[in-house]
Design a protein around this ligand. Structure first.
Ligand code: AMP
Length: 540
């Protein structure tokens, strides 16, 4: 039991001290004929032994390109089998995989390519949402460089495999080596690369799967993106360690494709941010599908409205669904509810500290607060990232001298050791599970020739939880309207960051000291657009 201070530690467990590859290989040896991966939209299915062979061939292909341990490669794609093959090939060779959000446009892509120093980029020629080849051409035209560009699903991929060399020449990576870089939107305007080790990923995936009681009988439907830790750790790594089947229902989330995948493949577990569950429950064909195989799942990434949780339990039948809370910097899961916790815990809280994880809540003076008091949630343990790539100053701000990660999330610890997330220390917007830092969009909008000043806020929305709104002051004599500014954004930044509404204003609401009052902008928008209902839902 926790004492009166908001400081707790999850149960002790023995952690896995191997590379990600060894954790995977152990499962492949144990269940060679079991189904490891299904990519429905590609018509691909792999047993564990087939997946291992394909991953080794991919690893050999990377070495054949001249890549060596410690080099970086990027994967810029929606969910597909090659994503998994590259993740495993990187786990075997020590080549570091850089996840690139498929929604990125040229401005963001150029930044990530240059910043990570990746030597090769893997991408489809085009996808549901992006013409990848065109965007890449724009990004490279702007100064970024790559030695190899390999288009997935084309002869280039096969040619790489055909020229592959033996993987025996490179040693297995150590558990403490960096295996993955995941970019998160930063408060300082540009995304930051989170360095994650084999130990981080193997153990977080292991413990998430343990919390869901995974075995080789489970089939995990992951419509969540692989570029994010929700997909590549909580789904993929959890499956590697526990021998469960990873089911990819489509390149990107689609409510109908997800329902079909669950019903036809008899999935036992379903992942999503609340917005994804809502889209499935509200789909006009929802009742056509037999979801009786569902037992569990994870809802995470944003607060879950009570009513949605109730419908997921009762209508979808995910009786053992859990809530996870965490962030990329923590590999990602910090707290989790139990599969058999009462409904109250699963809707009012984000569960208790994960095994082998220490959590505390600190006040503004840095001291641990009493239970029931709000403060910033901090976490410590095996799960904390190595740091931000090439950015020791930001790393030192995020992880203190005692190893505590300061999450920037405001939370309360209850007497029963469960946590409630109550707000954010940073003014981040969460749109349908995607984190957006207003600062990043503001800095981008300053590049528009007509924009003199800009302020970005989040506004409540019934479908996405929150949406982005920008208030813009134009330069004297400049001409621009809402649509032309949105169009400028659409071509250059990810769709989820494009402001839904742009308001051209003469001035911003400010305090006497000249500080912009974002809450007033928000109130104005809510009233002007008649959104009191969505706003009320959010605070309920
Ligand atoms: P990311 O690094 O993209 O995984 O985003 C992490 C952020 O999402 C956290 O810092 C929280 O602000 C938010 N978040 C994640 N899980 C939850 C949850 N279960 N409830 C509320 N907010 C969450």
């Amino acid at each position: 039991m926790p004492d009166m201070l908001s400081h707790t530690r999850g149960p002790d467990v023995e952690l896995i001290e191997t590379s990600l590859w060894e954790a995977f290989e152990r499962t492949a040896l144990r269940h060679p004929a079991g189904t490891a991966l299904i990519a429905r939209h590609q018509g691909l299915r792999y047993t564990w032994s087939e997946l291992k062979q394909a991953a080794l061939a991919t690893a050999g292909g990377l070495l054949g390109l001249g890549l060596r341990p410690g080099d970086r490669i990027g994967i810029w794609a929606g969910n597909r089998a090659e994503w998994i093959l590259l993740q495993l090939a990187s786990a075997r060779t020590g080549i570091v995989l850089v996840n690139v959000n498929p929604a990125y446009r040229s401005h963001e892509l150029r930044y990530v390519i240059s910043r990570s120093g990746m030597r090769a980029l893997f991408l489809p020629e085009s996808g549901a949402r992006s013409n990848y080849a065109d965007i890449l051409r724009d990004a490279l035209g702007g100064g970024a460089t790559l030695e190899h560009t390999v288009f997935l699903g084309t002869g280039a991929w096969d040619a790489m495999l055909a020229r592959g060399t033996s993987v025996d020449e490179v040693p297995l990576p150590a558990p403490g080596d960096v295996v993955n870089i995941q970019y998160t939107s930063g408060t300082t305007g540009s995304p930051k690369g989170v360095l994650l080790t084999h130990r981080n990923l193997v153990n977080n995936g292991y413990l998430v799967g343990r919390g869901l009681r995974y075995s080789e009988r489970d089939i995990v439907c992951a419509p969540v993106p692989l570029y994010h830790c929700f997909g590549c750790v909580m789904a993929a790594v959890a499956c590697y360690v526990h021998g469960s089947t990873l089911l990819l229902s489509g390149e990107q989330f689609d409510a109908l494709a997800t329902l079909q995948a669950v019903a036809e493949e008899r999935a036992t577990s379903l992942y999503g941010v609340p917005t994804m569950f809502i889209a499935q429950l509200d789909h006009p064909r929802f009742l056509e599908f037999d979801l009786g195989s569902l037992r569990t799942g994870i809802m995470a990434g944003a607060p879950c409205p009570v009513e949605v949780m109730r419908r997921v339990l009762e209508v979808m039948g995910c009786r053992e669904i859990t809530i996870c809370y965490g962030q990329t910097e923590a590999s990602p899961v910090i707290t989790m509810s139990n599969a058999d916790d009462p409904l109250e815990i699963r809707v009012a809280t984000v569960g208790a500290a994960m095994p082998a994880t220490e959590v505390k809540i600190v006040g503004e003076d840095g001291g641990t607060v009493e239970t029931g008091m709000q403060g910033e949630l901090c976490a410590r343990g095996y799960l904390i990232m190595r740091g931000y790539d090439g950015d020791p100053a930001s790393t030192a701000k995020a992880i203190d001298g005692e190893g505590w990660l300061h999450t920037g999330d405001l939370a309360v610890m209850r007497d029963d050791g469960c946590f409630r997330i109550t707000g954010r220390a940073k003014d981040m917007i969460i749109r349908g599970g995607e984190n957006i830092y207003p600062r990043e969009i503001e800095e981008f909008l300053y590049t528009h020739p007509a924009v003199s000043d800009v302020q970005v806020v989040g506004m409540p929305d019934e479908r996405y939880g929150e949406i982005v709104v920008a208030w813009v002051r134009l330069k004297p004599g400049a001409v621009a309207d809402e649509e032309s500014i949105r169009e400028y954004c659409r071509e250059r930044i990810a769709h989820f960051k494009v402001p839904r509404h742009v308001r051209i204003v003469e001035s911003f609401p400010v305090t006497v000291t000249g500080k912009v009052q974002k809450f007033k902008m928000r109130e104005f928008e809510v009233a002007a657009r008649g959104l009191e209902r969505a706003a009320g839902m959010e605070t309920a």
